[in-house]
Design a protein around this ligand. Structure first.
Ligand code: ZN
Length: 683
């Protein structure tokens, strides 16, 4: 029997959201928050309940209005929601900037931290003080004003970089008269290109530089010169090269960004921007990250070279001299062909074996066996769309958390998949406990024509990934909001639980739990299972080396930058990195860095390595299950109590060590990527 549904009372009522009234409501709450901050800093004292809790209380009250608004804006957007969201955003940002600059609050919390004995409170305060310092609160004039100026400048530069990439991506299109110009491209993609032309009021076909349009042509079109034109347009976007050379050129913006970042790091007392970026991450120093990436590169390169030689040999075999030597614009084409030849697997053909409900019940089954929690659907909960379902998470008879699941793509819903918090776990001022609730959002194809929603294996993996984030948020046992769940977890460790859970989509033992033909119920046939597992490692070393190239470039760019030194400019750094790690040809005109939005317009500056770093952690954590049993309940409970329940309450390296009994090692990542075998690892 399901436990009593206590959380029902704390969930938002989506039918009663007063969209027009939200901006006024949030402004009032922000005013109250300012008053709370003023009271805290005026009254002094050294008591947690008076110096910390009132602000946490107020932040939670704000979240209860803000988080449904932000969520609805993403999943059921409307003109009214967009207006409310845009009306709130500037005030919201202003309040948080103000808070980060509040010297009196910083001093008050510093005093509080000095007298704090309780470990979790100490941790929450330490992180808060660190963030205060990084927002320049401790600076004296004129550094303080200069800091604010640089922040402003950086925000504008990043924004211009992103706009240039967008304009350049949309500013070029390949127009074709007939499909005869696209030999080899399957009909489904030709239809896409015809549709693209129609939407532009043109006859014939159009290929754009957006990946879903660009990639199929690169993978299937046998006309080499056409592929070269597409490739050149793609990799010269926003640069001094290619068909739109000089238009939207991001070169000067990158130079300005690097200069401003370097100065900002100096103001805060760091040698370089890489050091500043790592101040909030698990990795301890830029050199440690470099060592990590170079070590992976060293191990991956021999296999990468073999994969490249194999591809060259295959291309020569099927196309003779015209495919020798292979150029950058030939790689996607021959790779796709080789993959089809070798594995004969098509994601689309797997769909009937992965009906959504079957996958979901398999996921719940696995999670119950591993972590001892059950997911039980609840009826009668207010939701924002009829497709949305709500589940309670039960540990024994205790209702520990809940989540909304919004599985299907539809109009006015943002694409992609993500986990966001609706409520965070925290101890309220009256001593009662607020339980965590998550929003899980995906964009799978909805049921249609009497068929249920059918997933590709990639989509199955996506569901597990997001559910991993969800478990991190929901199983936390920490009582302070800023370090409970994924809060306070460093960026390079936050993908540990999510990538970790993906592993159960790739096991011989567990795939049968997740799959069953939607008509016959029969599990995925053995031969397909074999091919699915085999294709996972196709060109794994080449892909790994590409990620290392980006990560190393990003790290060195921010670590080695010196004003006025031409060797520390992007092209020089990238050339050097490629000489060390790349195994694929790159033409002279390639300006990849001019479109590298992750690091120039997003939050990944000196942090791109995080993807691989977290993957190493998740692979090594999963290796414990390979050693002790993929569905071993003891190992699962141990992961729950050491990692999932502790969230940001302790540094991730400490939690990892507690789970694994040692520091992380790269062996499992290398083996999972097909770079070593179990035998080699033992030797
Ligand atoms: Zn993720």
């Amino acid at each position: 029997m399901a436990a009593t549904f206590h959380l029902a009372a704390t969930l938002p009522d989506f039918d009663a959201v007063d969209v027009e009234g939200i901006p006024a409501r949030i402004n009032a709450l922000l005013e109250e928050a300012r008053a709370v901050v003023a009271r805290i800093t005026e009254q002094g004292g050294e008591d947690w309940d008076r110096l910390w809790l009132p602000l946490e209380e107020q932040a939670d009250a704000l979240d209860r209005v803000w988080s449904p608004l932000r969520h609805l804006h993403a999943v059921r957007d409307s003109e009214a929601l967009r207006q409310a969201y845009e009306a709130v955003l500037p005030e919201w940002t202003r309040y948080h900037t103000e808070l980060g600059q509040n010297r009196a609050l910083y001093e008050a919390w510093k005093r509080l931290a000095e007298r704090q004995e309780q470990p979790e409170r100490r941790r929450a305060l330490a992180l808060a003080l660190r963030d205060f310092q990084l927002s320049g609160v401790a600076l004296e004039e004129p550094a303080r004003s200069r800091y604010a100026e640089l922040r402003q400048q950086l925000a504008e530069l990043s924004n211009r970089f992103a706009n240039h990439v967008l304009d350049a991506t949309q500013g070029w299109v390949l127009e074709l008269e007939s499909e005869a110009e696209l030999p080899g491209v399957p009909e489904s993609f030709l239809a896409l290109y015809r549709e693209e032309a129609r939407s532009r009021g043109l006859s014939g076909l159009c290929i754009t530089l957006d990946l879903p349009s660009y990639l199929p042509a690169m993978q299937y079109c046998s006309d080499r010169s056409l592929r070269r034109r597409l490739y050149e347009a793609q990799v010269t976007r926003a640069s001094d090269q290619g068909p739109r050379a000089g238009q939207w050129d991001n070169g000067p913006i990158m130079a300005d960004l690097l200069k401003a970042r370097h100065e900002l790091a100096g103001l805060l007392g760091y040698d370089d921007y890489a050091e500043l970026s790592l101040a909030t991450k698990m990795a301890s120093s830029p050199d440690e990250v470099e060592g990590f990436l170079l070590d992976l590169a060293r191990r991956a390169r021999p296999l990468g070279q073999r994969e490249m030689a194999e591809l060259q040999a295959f291309a020569r075999e099927v196309d003779g001299d015209q495919a020798d030597p292979l150029q950058a614009w030939d790689l996607p084409y021959y790779s796709e062909w080789l993959k089809r030849e070798r594995y004969r697997i098509d994601q689309e053909e797997l769909r009937p074996y992965f009906p959504f409900d079957r996958v979901l019940s398999g996921l719940f089954d696995i999670v119950e066996r591993l972590f001892g929690v059950r997911c039980v659907e609840r009826e009668g909960v207010s939701v924002w769309h009829e497709e949305v379902r709500y589940f309670s998470v039960l540990s024994g008879d205790e209702e520990v958390a809940g989540f909304y699941l919004d599985p299907y793509a539809r109009q006015h819903k943002r694409g992609g998949a993500w986990m966001a918090d609706c409520l965070v776990r925290r101890r309220r001022a009256d001593g009662s406990l607020q339980r965590p609730v998550a929003f899980l959002t995906c964009n799978f194809s909805p049921p249609s024509g009497g068929r249920p929603s059918l997933l590709t294996h990639d989509e199955v993996t996506t569901l597990f990934h997001e559910f991993g984030h969800g478990l991190h948020h929901m199983l936390t046992q920490v009582d302070i909001a800023t370090i409970s769940g994924i809060n306070g977890v460093p960026w390079d460790a936050v993908e540990l639980p999510s990538q970790f859970l993906e592993n159960w989509c790739w096991q011989r033992e567990t795939i049968p739990l997740l799959s069953g033909h939607y008509e016959t119920g029969e599990p995925l046939p053995e031969s397909w299972l074999e091919r699915l597992l085999a294709v996972r490692n196709f060109q794994a070393a080449m892909q790994l080396l590409r990620q290392i190239e980006f990560g190393l470039f990003d790290l060195r760019l921010h670590r080695d930058y010196r004003p006025g030194d031409p060797l520390s400019l992007p092209q020089a750094v990238l050339d050097q990195v490629r000489a060390e790690v790349a195994v694929v040809p790159v033409p002279e005109f390639n300006r990849f860095q001019h479109g590298f939005s992750h690091i120039f317009a997003g939050g990944y500056a000196a942090g791109y390595y995080s993807y691989k770093w977290a993957e190493l952690l998740s692979a090594d954590a999963f290796a414990a299950f390979e050693e002790e049993g993929v569905l071993n309940a003891d190992t699962g409970r141990r992961f729950r109590s050491t990692v999932l329940e502790r969230g940001g309450a302790e540094p991730p390296e400490v939690l990892f060590r507690r789970f694994r009994g040692r520091d992380p090692r790269p062996d499992a990542l290398l083996r999972h990527s097909g770079l070593t075998t179990e035998a080699e690892e033992a030797g």
